[in-house]
Design a binder for this molecule. Sequence first.
Ligand SMILES: O=C1O[C@H](COP(=O)(O)O)[C@@H](O)[C@H](O)[C@H]1O
Length: 236
Amino acid sequence: MTTTRLQTPDWHEFENGTELAEALADTVAQKLRAAIETRGQALLAVSGGTTPKQFFAELSRQKLDWSKVTVTLVDERFVPESSDRSNAALVRNTLLVNEASIANFIGLYHAAGDAAEAARLASAQFATLSWPLDVVILGMGTDGHTASFFPDAPNLDELLDPARTSMVDPVLTQDGGEPRLTLPLSRLIEAACVILHIEGEEKRTVLDAALIPGQAKPISAVFATSAKPVPVYWTR
Ligand SMILES: O=C1O[C@H](COP(=O)(O)O)[C@@H](O)[C@H](O)[C@H]1O
């Protein structure tokens, strides 16, 4: 992986998780309203894991025409929604409630034989969407992965190829706990708006290091290849 151009992050720091969640929800809601205004619909891709819960709760209460919003995931574990590891279950339970309960949701998981087959099924569904995405909210693990771009993934270079044309890719990773499904970097950075949401000192240190050329982690590729600034929303 080569990184030749890293951004100085557009840093948004908050006193606590509640203030961050409110500000991020306001920003995302504005972007969704603008997309609905200009193209009659909005596509939002969110991350899973533990960080976004409070943000999802705030976003779910935002007043906008959620019937015109399609929500999907940046990445998913190859597990059914009955699993407590399911990112789709997190979205259903914490984002697709309140005002947002009428949004359309397209998950990445399919009950297929393996992650590769599930990725093919998800890609066929994604082909019906009106690309590019309007808003992408990324998270990051303390190993520097974002989406399911895990450092140990054999196909990491392909996933991070800015010219990649696939829609959903399988990821075979030990670090990630189970096989994964992910949008490739190209689909994420072509979005009108990409925001990184991280919390805690450890993640800030990891990100700071990853932005130094020559210390590349998967997250580095987002900042190295995005044509637009990628705001970082952070709190201790
Ligand atoms: O595995 C994943 O991890 C990252 C970070 O999760 P967190 O629990 O540290 O917030 C997440 O962004 C990604 O969507 C998820 O699949």
